[in-house]
Design a protein around this ligand. Sequence first.
Ligand code: 5GP
Ligand code: MG
Length: 182
Amino acid sequence: MVSDIARVLYHESTILSRLDEMAHRITEDYASKEVTVVSILNGSIIFMADLLRRIPLPLQLDSWSVSSYHGTKSRGQIHFRQSQIADVRGRHVLLLDDILDSGLTLQAIKEKLVAESGAASIKSCVLLRKNVQRGVEVEADYVGFDIPNEFVVGYGLDYNERYRNLPFIGVLKEDAIRRHAV
Ligand code: 5GP
Ligand code: MG
């Protein structure tokens, strides 16, 4: 599995120190607010676990299973796997996602929340932000790392469900992309 990685971008220790900084800011920004964290599964699961344990606020947590990717290209189409979402009326929602790429996922989720939830505010936090021209006007409020436009895996991010459990973030080799294509 590790031999499929062309190069490591961020080791676990680097990720965790960045999470310390992000958690500190989020804790300050949301002090005395009723916050519900909505994490976008599966990609954000390890990020969520490490980040939330660094935020000493009485927050609530909901997780949504959403997909927009097949292989290494965004399909520009978002699929919500559940119809029921937590009641966040009057609460401050912080969306957590693994990576901001085209922005279609975050935009679709924000639109759904704005239309249906009655949340007091909606902000977003991503571990990674890809340096690409985004077709939609969506920005993340908290960003872990800015990365080049390459396909990365590990620390929750997958390629066709592989590599999520790598403890670091790395660029996948071209031949691994071919071998594990579906
Ligand atoms: P967007 O809707 O912003 O194009 O894509 C967001 C979703 O696409 C992320 O939640 C993530 O699941 C997936 N994604 C985008 N870029 C990458 C990448 O480089 N590697 C992996 N593994 N997933 C990605
Ligand atoms: Mg994802």
